[in-house]
Design a protein around this ligand. Structure first.
Ligand code: WT7
Length: 571
């Protein structure tokens, strides 16, 4: 098999030729698919759920197919409309207003989605938090967003520093059995009483919908602010890239605490009116294959880190399942190894389509379509209505095959509108009219983009983005740690692992117990995925004269590479 190019798959696709669609493309045309184009009344919750519930042919179709080890449930569009009307009524009753930030800190469950749409229906801004976050991670996000309401569970409430959050006025507890009057709002009890009719708060396309926190090289996590207008691109990429047809059963494995889990775990499938599988519980190759088989999933959106685990799980395992419903697999979050694409073709007879985008971009930008030739190792080509280029540090376009900053011409529909309470940071992403991504890449003569690496110090471990500063800050809170520098170290399975270099305070001696204690400290403070897998003790941490940790130098040492310019190194 010639692995440098994988031909388009036969059959009919929503987009038969990308070049034709790109020519004269206008986002205005896409808008005509939404009700608000005629009614003038905007709310993404209406377009994703209520619009289908009002359609006699669609209202009883399963919207949400929930599958967890201890619970299976099907929720139709009509049921999801009513449930989210109820949650909206609860929020309204407790005073939530348009523009308020309402955060969700709970596992994936039908209740999560009913709450999510209820938040949008009252015109508030949803802030989903990854359920594995520990106290510091939760605190940073609730503090910065000044969230006034939090929806959580009795178990997760233990990680919420309720007394230190002056803006947080209300906490809704989902799954609390006894009805105690201890200042919390009992979700189950309120749902029994709430009306299932609600008059949606109509908003403007540019009104806030969602905040996702994400990490950069410096500072605390940043609140990436998205508006209702993003739905235009969620809808269009669902149609073009995911290639949704009416009877698809689709499964996106991402948690809604991350942007993939909202843009493509909520909006794209439901704006396109397809059945969306939501899986609870932990990952194992067996249980994931079982989900694909049992629900006859037709399109699957997942991440390289999971796909690599399937490859290592071996070919005997996959033969035990019937995956014949699958049309194609899609991938995002980190480089998709060519070997994984080969495995997909050989073992599953399926193409795996890479997609590139970021929390900040809100939706897919560089993609592989079913009708496109795949070039393994490349992320694909830009969607219609998006101009991507490789630019130098002044924002000048570079010719093909030259490495530089992967950049996007400002102005696609799902672009973040600001960084919450930090407009200066937002402006800093743009140079000469280009949004500069922080990734380095090159473009070949045919317009395919090839990822080369991150240009900043952001770490990508198993597809999850971790800021070194956050980990360093946590490390130095440990009583034994004086200084810390954190880098991503290449790893065959996880892409990168987190490696920390630390110096110890006087009176502390190196020991395995101490290192494990430090690791656990970060894990319990931030989250498991942010805890360093390797910790190395040093006599000093290299810093610039102005006191910045020289992570690049740490990385060069670790990888045995030339150290480059060290003229700013402190004595
Ligand atoms: C960073 C964004 C929004 C998707 C989930 C991640 C890396 C993303 C790819 C890809 C190589 C990729 C980039 C990007 N990344 N997709 N197809 N190939 N790298 O969102 O957490 O905001 O991270 O993930 O480095 O900048 P995120």
């Amino acid at each position: 098999m010639d692995m440098t190019k994988v031909p388009a798959r036969s059959g009919s696709h929503n987009v038969e030729d990308l070049d034709t669609l790109r020519k004269g493309f206008d986002w205005e045309e896409i808008k005509k698919n939404f009700s608000w184009y005629k009614t003038g009344k905007v709310n993404a919750a209406y377009e994703a759920i209520d619009r289908h519930a009002e359609d006699p042919a669609k209202k009883d179709q399963v919207a949400l197919l929930y599958s967890a080890p201890d619970r299976e449930e099907s929720v139709t569009f009509e049921q999801l409309r009513k449930q989210s009307n109820k949650t909206a009524n609860i929020f309204k009753k407790y005073g939530v207003q348009k523009g308020d930030r309402v955060f969700l800190f709970m596992p994936r469950s039908p209740e999560f989605y009913a709450n999510f749409f209820g938040i949008l229906k009252v015109g508030a801004i949803a802030g989903p938090l990854f359920e594995a976050f520990m106290e510091q991670a939760v605190r940073d996000r609730l503090e910065d967003s000044e969230a006034t309401m939090l929806i959580t569970t009795p178990e997760l409430l233990e990680r919420v520093p309720v007394d230190d959050l002056p803006n947080l006025k209300q906490i809704v507890l989902v799954g609390a059995d006894d009805v105690k009057d201890d200042g919390y709002i009992n979700f189950n009890q309120e749902m029994e009483q709430a009306s299932d009719q609600f008059e949606i708060e109509w908003v403007d396309l540019e009104d806030g919908m969602l905040i996702h926190y994400t990490s950069g090289s410096t500072g605390k996590p940043k609140g990436v602010y998205h508006v209702h207008n993003a739905m235009i691109q969620h809808y269009a990429t669902g149609k073009w890239v995911i290639d949704f047809k009416d009877d698809d059963v689709y499964w996106c494995t991402a948690d809604p605490g991350w942007v993939t889990g909202t843009s493509y775990g909520i909006f794209a499938p439901w704006l396109n009116g397809v059945t969306n599988v939501i899986r609870g519980g932990r990952f194992s190759p067996e249980s994931w294959y079982e989900t694909l088989d049992k629900h006859n999933v037709t399109i699957w959106y997942t991440a390289p880190t999971a796909l690599r685990k399937f490859v290592s799980a071996g070919e005997e395992l996959v033969k035990q399942y019937d995956l014949s419903s699958l049309r194609h697999i899609m991938s995002v979050g980190e480089p998709l190894n060519p070997e994984v694409i080969t495995w997909g073709l050989r073992v599953l007879d399926l193409r795996i389509h890479d997609t590139w985008w970021m929390t900040e971009t809100g939706a897919m930008l560089i993609v592989n379509l079913p009708s496109m030739e795949i070039r393994p190792g490349s992320m694909g080509r830009p969607i219609p209505g998006v101009d991507a280029a490789i630019v130098d540090n002044e924002g000048n376009e570079l010719p093909p095959n030259q490495m530089g900053n992967l950049a996007i011409k400002k102005g696609w529909p799902s672009m973040m509108r600001t960084i919450w309470k930090n407009p200066g940071k937002f402006e800093s992403y743009f140079i000469n009219g280009w949004y500069v991504s922080g990734d380095s890449a090159y473009m070949d003569e045919d317009g395919y983009f090839w990822f080369q690496g991150r240009l900043d110090d952001v770490i990508n471990t198993s597809g999850e983005r971790v800021g070194p500063f956050e980990v360093e800050s946590k490390l130095i809170e440990h009583k034994a740690v004086a200084e810390a520098g954190v880098i991503g170290k290449p790893d065959p399975e996880r892409g990168e692992i987190i490696k920390a270099f630390i110096t110890l305070n006087p009176d502390y001696e190196t020991s395995d117990e101490l290192l494990e204690d430090i690791r656990q400290f970060v894990k319990k403070g931030l989250s498991a995925h942010a805890a360093p897998r390797e910790i190395e003790i040093k006599d000093s941490i290299p810093k610039t004269r102005s006191g910045k940790i020289m992570r690049r130098l740490l990385k060069s040492w670790e990888l045995g590479l030339p150290t480059g310019d060290t003229s700013t190194l402190e004595e």
